[in-house]
Ligand binder design. Structure first.
Ligand code: WTA
Length: 633
């Protein structure tokens, strides 16, 4: 697709054009894709309701664009290159033609189970080729996928299944991760036992081969329903604004919400950002090592690369198994050209010493990427020197589940780099900074809340089943603008530096976790009366979770209490949300209106109590000294 920009000048020209004539700009990009019927309008939008439609009236199928379209030109090229958890295991190479046949068979299998257009299908799977195949099989027939990260608990899985009334859940017997095999089918069984009335079948991939409980009325084996299906399946002609997928993510309040992405705009944006940010060249091996359970995996393992005819490496394992050289061993083994990971992984590997990277031939690497949280200067330089050997640009890509694709990032090799800066907006992206009064801050050397003034094709369309929540969360704070939840700074070159969340969302090892969710989980423990959760800076994870807890009886055995609280959080949300620090407190600092003063709790958690600001307006100023005295960091 020849919308790849080749120089910084071309980027600047494209950016100008995209602002002056967004419809002309995106209309031309979209023409590179296959449409059964052209759109009637490129863009219709307003940010009040909100109501955003891209390529409205157009008909397409994203899998036609990921698969069928490539068969003549690159049918025998590897589409998915799978590296197993076990380093002795065999890599799998699926060509575009093989992937096409597998997707068609699986789509036919889904149909045979009664799945049709618009039905929601939940995935709770390891990082195996069948996950990608399954997602594409849904998209082939117009079913909507909802992937739940396989580290979430049965309760979280049940909540997500029920929120969007999924008809089918697809899982494996066990997941292989590091030295452990994790019984995922059991988690699905547990979730269903909690009550998931919409589920008609559970489709189970035999992966590790371990024994699982089986319900003949409910459970079907993947291989039983898929093998024997015809290897062709006509793509459903989808409206550009039909749902493609739902992906649950955490916000500052309440339960996770199902972010809704639609077919046409997401397709155009995923491919446009992939080709431009990473500057993928024909024949490159691209490795994004996020999990498909997060948006990064959706857009840059599955859709962006396949739409672009790329070879996408999918890795089942973890960075430190069997040792801290695993990533670099895989890069060497598969001659990876573009490598995309999270700062937390970089920091963890950096802490284990340079020797793990030094022994490997990393000369194939050309571009390095970072995503999910701010990358600190130390990690940036280590990545640049020890992994990139000073030859590879680092693209620090800023975006969100809600944005569908990358919004602010250097274009590899084109944009001059500054460590710590996500740098410049992609064409079509119009950021602005807003002050506390809702006024746009002009000029440079300024800081504010990061908002978007204009829609881009990958913007979320709704939150599933609750459009009003979408309006309140993203479009109400600053009327007429999309509010990202992040704070940012803009320098004299117009470069953006992301400061971090301005709301009650924590990024722990790049995972997005709402403080309210963690508090609700902690409060389930019998002894707990109330809790407050804040983030603190963590050397490896970026942010850690600090929980202040009020109990109704004195805690006599603290280690036991701590273990129980952690187990409660793991049971209700999942191990990724377990607090790093727990402190039992006599009270929480509250304003006269009963609001918890989190500012004070954050300061204590950061270990900086020199300037707590004005505490005289508190209802209970006396607790502050007690909290400081009992601080556990
Ligand atoms: C944070 C992940 C700084 C940010 C794709 C955002 C980043 C949230 C960066 C979205 C980056 C993501 N620099 N912060 N390059 N990328 N973030 O939905 O706070 O899991 O709002 O999407 O991650 O997290 P999400």
């Amino acid at each position: 697709m020849n919308f790849q920009l080749k120089t910084f000048e071309e980027y600047k020209a494209a950016y100008r054009r995209s602002v002056e004539d967004p419809e002309g700009f995106w209309g031309e990009v979209a023409e590179h894709f296959h449409w059964y019927r052209p759109w009637k309008s490129v863009l219709e939008w307003e940010f009040d309701t909100p109501d955003v439609k891209w390529f409205n009236g157009g008909k397409t199928n994203i899998t036609y664009n990921c698969l069928d379209r490539h068969l003549d030109t690159r049918g025998d090229q590897v589409a998915i290159l799978w590296e197993p958890n076990n380093p002795q295991g065999e890599a799998i190479r699926l060509t575009y033609r093989q992937l096409y046949h597998e997707v068609c068979r699986t789509a036919n299998a889904l149909k045979s189970l009664g799945v049709g257009k618009g039905d929601r299908i939940c995935f709770y799977m390891p990082m195996v080729p069948e996950l990608t195949i399954g997602l594409l099989a849904c998209a082939r027939i117009g079913a909507v996928h909802s992937v739940v990260f396989a580290g979430f608990s049965a309760q979280s899985l049940a909540d997500r299944i029920n929120d969007s009334a999924c008809k089918l859940v697809i899982c494996s017997d066990y997941n292989a991760r590091g030295a452990k095999n994790i019984p995922v089918k059991q988690v699905v069984d547990d979730a269903l036992a909690m009550g998931c009335p919409s589920i008609e079948k559970v489709m189970v991939l035999r992966h590790t081969g371990e024994k699982v409980n089986w319900d003949n009325n409910l459970d079907v084996w993947w291989h039983d329903v898929v093998s024997g299906q015809p290897a062709a399946c006509p793509p459903a002609e989808m409206d550009a604004e039909d749902l493609l997928f739902i992906l649950y993510t955490s916000g500052s309040t309440g339960k996770p919400k199902g972010v809704v992405h639609t077919v046409g705009g997401y397709m155009v944006f995923a491919a446009y950002t992939f080709l431009n940010v990473f500057q993928y060249q024909e024949g490159d091996v691209f490795w994004c090592n996020a999990d498909v359970g997060w948006i990064t995996g959706h857009s840059y393992i599955v859709y962006g690369p396949l739409l672009s005819g790329a070879t996408s490496l999918m890795f089942e394992g973890v960075p430190t198994y069997p040792d801290a050289g695993r990533f670099w061993e895989v890069c060497e083994k598969h001659r990876v050209n573009i490598f995309y990971t999270a700062p937390t992984a970089i920091r963890a590997l950096m802490a284990m010493g340079d020797e793990w990277a030094e022994g490997h031939d990393l000369s194939s690497l050309r571009v390095l990427g970072s995503v999910g949280e701010p990358i600190n200067a130390e990690a940036w330089h280590w990545y640049h020197e020890k992994i990139g050997r000073k030859n590879c640009p680092i693209v620090d890509t800023w975006w969100q589940t809600e944005t569908g694709g990358i919004l602010i990032s250097p274009l590899a090799g084109l944009t001059p780099l500054k460590p710590n800066y996500a740098s410049l907006p992609l064409p079509g992206v119009q950021p602005c900074l807003i002050d506390a009064n809702g006024q746009e801050i002009e000029g440079d050397g300024v800081e504010g809340m990061l908002c978007m003034k204009f829609p881009w094709p990958g913007i979320l369309r709704s939150t599933y089943g609750d459009h009003e929540r979408c309006r309140q969360t993203y479009f109400e704070t600053f009327p007429g603008k999309y509010f990202t939840g992040d704070g940012a700074r803009r320098d004299e070159d117009g470069y953006y530096r992301i400061i971090g969340r301005a709301d009650d969302v924590i990024k722990v090892s790049g995972h997005r976790i709402g403080t309210a969710e963690v508090e609700n989980a902690i409060n389930e423990h019998d002894l707990v009366v109330e809790s407050a959760v804040v983030a603190f800076p963590h050397n490896i994870k970026g942010q850690g979770i600090y929980a202040y807890i009020i109990t109704d009886k004195p805690v006599t055995d603290f280690p036991k209490f701590e273990r129980e609280v952690l187990a409660t959080v793991a049971r209700i949300i999942g191990p990724i949300a377990k607090p790093d620090v727990i402190q039992v407190v006599p009270g929480l600092p509250k304003t006269r209106s009963g609001k918890i003063m989190r500012r004070i709790l954050r300061k204590v958690a950061e270990g900086d109590t020199s300037n707590l600001g004005d505490t005289s307006t508190l209802l209970n100023p006396e607790v502050v000294a007690e909290i400081i005295a009992g601080a556990r960091r």
